[in-house]
Design a protein. Structure first.
Ligand code: ADQ
Length: 456
């Protein structure tokens, strides 16, 4: 089998004997099967200008080739264009977009640099898989250097409808560059359709039997909903003895737990969710001391504008809710900004009666899937899920689907979830588990790589 080269902004190098978790597992398996390289930023900021040194470690047939970013590149490429232009626009928040030409130049330079590092180490039959919005034009830069290998691209976040995409000043150049890939994969049909529609209207793309024809190239545009390793999550959730869970034991004996787990991000709808929980306390005072809501949200991208404000607003809302509804022995909302590892998180999800996943926009949202996989079959909890998470397309058959802008609607769904009879919970859980298994992480990676290799 041809060698695989994975390129993503951040690379998860396994530490010591520990194997990676989550998404990294799928990519790790794919790389180990065929042998290959994972290239990207090591998460550090290097000193001074000039080329940053590349370091390589090889483990289990996989070479991890990583490098630091210079401060200037971190500011323009990562903090600037990637996270203050692309992230907000792709999540339908053009009001938070702050465009500067210097940031865009930095974004292109770093993409060019990725291509320059990659091209010399390629063998003719290597297959290249590029990940996410930080690297939209990487394929085009590889082509400019004469790379003729198959190159696929997968977007983990939503692709917005044309009028929103067009708020990004260089939208046309970005979309044109994306057409240099052989396969462009999206989380949902709506995302793939939005990209195709934009290309048809603005770049003169036409539908061909093998995909989208743009000038003389043909690009396969398709939907590859990302999944999880269901057995890994279920096994982790069953492990007892996590210190955090032991601490919650007496609480769990007396109260039902609603849980939410996110990175602290304005796209995740935390404020609306807090308001819905507060509304539940208002309309169902009986629930009062029977329910606790745990929101885990470690701060992310704290140095990017927009993130400080949301954090401040959440602190205020959490304080207000506990101030108003709390009692000496009970705080209805536990809002925690610490990062927990998966070994702690999965049993916590498994012990919660409601998984509340209500982003305003999300490419997929793997926490929704992890919540379902963590549930005990004999007494499963209920997933309350936003219609604007990519996961809603896969999971509408078993989750309670809500609109995160409808605070009262979310409170009613929470109420329904907390009161749902066992037989209905089991039935919904079984339906969801069937879908999770059918569309798991291995299926995602096999189908994407199958399509990418097929056209070679
Ligand atoms: P994220 O926006 O990071 O990912 P999500 O899919 O929910 O969102 O989470 C990815 C992983 O991070 C999951 O395995 C989850 O358990 C873990 N995680 C999330 N919050 C955590 C927390 N507080 N503590 C510890 N772990 C946490 C992007 C896109 C998503 C898309 C994924 C994968 O924004 O829409 O589902 O990529 O494609």
């Amino acid at each position: 089998m041809s060698r695989l080269i994975v390129i993503s902004n951040r690379v998860a190098v396994p530490a010591g004997a520990r194997t990676p978790g989550g998404l990294a597992v799928g990519l790790y398996d794919a790389l180990r099967d065929s042998g290959g390289t994972w290239l990207g930023w090591n998460g550090e900021i290097g000193e001074g200008p000039g080329d940053m040194p590349l370091s390589s470690v090889t483990r289990d047939n996989i070479t991890y080739a990583t490098f630091p970013l210079a401060q200037r590149d971190y500011d323009r490429f990562y903090r600037g264009f990637s996270n203050t232009v692309l992230w907000p626009a792709f999540h339908y928040r053009p009001d938070l977009l702050r465009y500067r030409r210097a940031d865009y130049d930095g974004y292109l330079e770093v993409n060019r640099d990725f291509a320059r590092r990659l091209a010399p180490v390629l063998r003719p039959d290597d297959v290249i898989w590029v990940h996410d919005y930080h690297l939209l034009p990487l394929g085009q830069y590889c082509r400019d250097l004469g790379v003729r290998n198959r190159i696929g691209f997968f977007l983990h976040i939503p692709f917005p409808a044309a009028p929103v995409f067009e708020t990004i000043p260089p939208h046309r150049d970005l979309a044109r560059a994306m057409c240099a890939y052989d396969v462009a994969g999206f989380q949902t049909h709506a995302d793939a359709q939005a990209f195709s529609d934009y290309c048809a209207t603005n770049l003169g793309a036409v539908a061909a039997p093998e995909g989208l024809r743009v000038n003389e190239r043909v690009l396969r545009v398709d939907t590859y909903p990302i999944g999880i390793d269901v057995d890994e999550v279920a096994a982790m959730a069953r492990k007892k003895g996590s210190r955090q869970l032991v601490a919650l034991k007496s609480e769990l004996a007396r109260r039902k737990l609603i849980i939410s787990v996110d990175r602290l991000d304005y796209s995740k709808g935390l404020l609306e969710r807090f308001a819905a929980f507060e509304h539940l306390l208002e309309i169902e005072p009986d629930h009062g001391r029977d329910v606790s809501f745990v929101q885990l949200a470690p701060s992310s991208r704290a140095d990017v504008q927009g993130y400080r404000e949301i954090r401040r607003e959440l602190d205020r809302a959490a304080g207000r809710i506990n101030g108003k509804w709390g009692e000496l022995g009970w705080a209805p909302l536990r809002y925690i900004n610490r990062q927990y590892n998966r070994a702690t998180l999965m049993p916590l999800l498994g012990a919660s009666q409601v998984g509340l996943v209500t982003p305003l926009r999300d490419g997929m949202n793997l926490v929704a899937k992890e919540y379902v996989a963590s549930q005990p079959q004999d007494d499963p909890g209920v997933l309350v899920l936003s219609r604007f998470a990519g996961a809603a397309h896969d999971m509408q058959d078993g989750a309670l689907i809500v609109n995160p802008y409808d605070i009262e609607g979310m409170a009613h769904a929470l109420n329904m979830a907390l009161r749902m009879p066992l037989a209905e919970r089991q039935e919904r859980h079984q339906r969801l588990m069937r879908i999770l298994r059918e569309r798991d992480l291995a299926a995602w990676k096999n189908r994407f790589l199958g399509d990418l290799r097929a056209g070679g």
